[in-house]
Design a protein around this ligand. Structure first.
Ligand SMILES: C[S@@+](CC[C@H](N)C(=O)[O-])C[C@H]1O[C@@H](n2cnc3c(N)ncnc32)[C@H](O)[C@@H]1O
Length: 551
């Protein structure tokens, strides 16, 4: 703590008191050396803490560092004297580096997309949190002083994350009421404005559902220089926070913990609605629909944490998108491709996202390759929960010219390969008593896409659907579900080849959606079919073609 500054946190108060005690003790010869040593050690521990946290915390970004310097060096007294701010704003009220990084981490951990900040000051906390938001995330900052928006905006503009921040000037209570009226909701709220109003902000937020289910409220200064728990305190801000902390601690709608960081940060989480309901004994139907199956909401039921998946043909295109989707949903993913370099590259991509991957080279038309694929997965992860049989080939020729070689090649990958994979994975899954098989069929299993000529492809994909239906009914009573996805025309490099490119305009006129499918259009379907939420679905052909098969 710099000399002359008023101690602002419990630790700073401690350091101040220990220094004073040491000063007194130093001039007193009757103080035992051992007591002096203890005093010095206590001072070292307390005074070293903030510096150490500062050093060990990831450095702030350049715009944040500029914002901090600009705030600390600004003449807030003159600004106030000139009538530019209603109140004299102490520069110490800035959320600094360590607290900013803490907020940023909480945004990452809670995967918040919409944040509300009450009390922006010069925007340090706002920009810290905005840095952790996804590109389409949004932070609404409420601030009383219009001057502060002008102060912060030029630095927000320098940051690629500044555009996520919307500043609303005015009394926070009034703005909160407007937000509630407009039905706005937030994943995270940071309360850091006038202390006596904390309780009003909190009540308004919870009573009006401004905080989403599973949302988090963070509250600054909840230890208020330790005065919330010291005796004989008269400071009205400290007393307001003490009452606020007590109220939250007893509120059945939430759980809270106070982190003793800087001046204290409360992290308050809405408890699942079912717990709240049993506490207040509301007259509702307390069943799986209300609580979620096994207490898990529908989005949680779509998670694949700890599952083992493989995707064939995952070196590129649809397969690569499937591998990423399953991994993002929590699964370990074996990336199988005939081209080992492509498989390796996709595994590298997964690893960069923190997903466990395993590259396997396999030609799925060969039974020994398919068995080796399953064996490798079993020896690495001990199970196969999700089998995504996606590899396929497409050759074009008029039916009267289709060679037996083309027919055999197409069938050996698209139908024989899919069968071999279903059988090898199915044997493991039947033993496990659980499994999800997802085959990639095609819209060509339903309609005859035209004008391209692809007899062998169309018939092989119709075969994949019948294979799926047969296995789907044969194995469901032993816990193995088999479904398929039928994409329409997908925008991959393949269709921009010399022979197919001229057909794109023609296809577009056949697609009600008015565009080709992107591989990302198919990702949710594979996660849905791979997760428990789709357990009642089997033998289904999930068609995703922008409506093309309906015209
Ligand atoms: C502790 S500072 C906020 C620090 C800020 N969160 C940061 O990251 O640096 C408190 C801010 O709340 C604002 N404030 C105080 N009372 C308010 C009210 N009733 N409505 C809106 N803002 C208010 C003050 O003008 C001040 O800028």
């Amino acid at each position: 703590m710099p000399n002359g500054r008023v101690p602002d946190t419990p630790v700073e108060v401690l350091v101040d008191l220990l220094k004073k005690a040491k000063d007194i003790a130093t001039g007193n010869v009757s103080i035992p050396t051992e007591l002096m040593d203890h005093l010095q050690r206590a001072l070292d521990i307390a005074s070293g803490l903030d510096d150490y946290l500062e050093k060990m915390t990831t450095p702030e970004s350049d715009p944040l560092s500029e914002l901090y310097k600009k705030t600390i060096t600004h003449d807030w007294a003159s600004v106030h004297k000139e009538g530019k701010t209603q109140f004299l704003l102490p520069k110490e009220c800035i959320t600094g580096h360590v607290e900013g990084q803490t907020l940023k981490t909480l945004v990452h951990m809670s995967q918040a997309r919409r944040i509300l900040e009450i009390g922006m000051f010069t925007g340090y906390g706002a920009l810290s949190m905005a840095e952790a938001l996804p590109d389409d995330g949004c932070l609404v900052a409420l601030e009383l002083e219009a001057y502060l928006k002008e102060f912060a905006q030029p630095i927000f503009d320098k940051s690629p994350h500044g555009k996520k921040i919307i500043v609303k000037i005015g009394s926070a209570l009034d703005t909160l009421k407007e937000l509630a009226k407009a039905g706005e909701q937030f994943d995270m709220v940071f309360i850091d404005a006038d202390k006596p109003n904390y309780i009003n902000y909190y009540r308004l937020i919870l009573d009006n559902n401004l905080l989403r289910l599973r949302g988090v409220i963070c509250v600054d200064n909840s230890l208020f220089k330790a005065k919330v728990y010291l005796k004989n305190v008269t400071d009205h801000n400290a007393l307001a926070l003490r009452d606020f902390n007590d109220f939250v601690a007893q509120d059945p709608r939430v759980e809270q913990v106070i982190l003793p960081l800087r001046d204290g940060i409360s992290v308050v989480r809405r408890v699942p609605v079912a717990v709240e309901c049993s506490r207040i004994k509301a007259n509702i139907t307390d069943d799986d629909v209300f609580r979620g199956v096994k207490g898990r909401s529908i989005l949680e039921r779509m998670r694949l944490d700890g599952r083992v998946a493989y995707v064939t043909g995952a070196g590129q295109g649809i397969g690569r998108a499937f591998a990423h989707a399953l991994g993002e949903a929590g699964a370990n993913v074996a990336v199988v491709d005939i081209d080992p370099i492509k498989a390796d590259t996709v595994v590298k991509e997964l690893n960069l996202k923190g997903i466990n991957g395993l590259a396997i080279k396999a030609d799925i038309s060969k039974s020994e390759d398919v068995q080796r694929m399953i064996d490798s997965i079993m020896s690495k992860w001990g199970a196969v929960h999700i089998a995504c049989n996606n590899a396929g080939i497409n050759m074009n020729s008029a039916s009267e010219d289709t060679t037996l070689d083309e027919w055999d090649k197409t069938f050996s990958v698209n139908l024989r390969g899919t069968f071999l994979c279903c059988q090898a994975a199915g044997r493991v899954m039947l033993k496990q008593g659980y499994g999800k098989i997802i085959n990639t069929a095609s819209m060509a299993s339903l309609i005859v896409p035209h004008p391209q000529k692809q007899l062998s492809y169309n018939t092989s994909k119709a075969g994949v659907v019948k294979l799926t239906q047969t296995l789907g009914t044969e194995w469901i009573d032993r816990g193995v579900r088999v479904n398929c996805i039928s994409p329409g025309i997908v925008d991959t490099p393949l269709i921009h080849s010399e022979s197919l490119e001229p057909l794109v305009q023609r296809w577009l006129s056949d697609i009600p959606a008015g565009r080709l499918a992107q591989v990302t259009d198919l990702q949710a379907a594979v996660v849905y079919l791979a997760c428990d939420a789709s357990d009642y679905m089997t033998g289904h052909n999930l068609v995703i073609e922008g409506g093309q098969s309906l015209w």
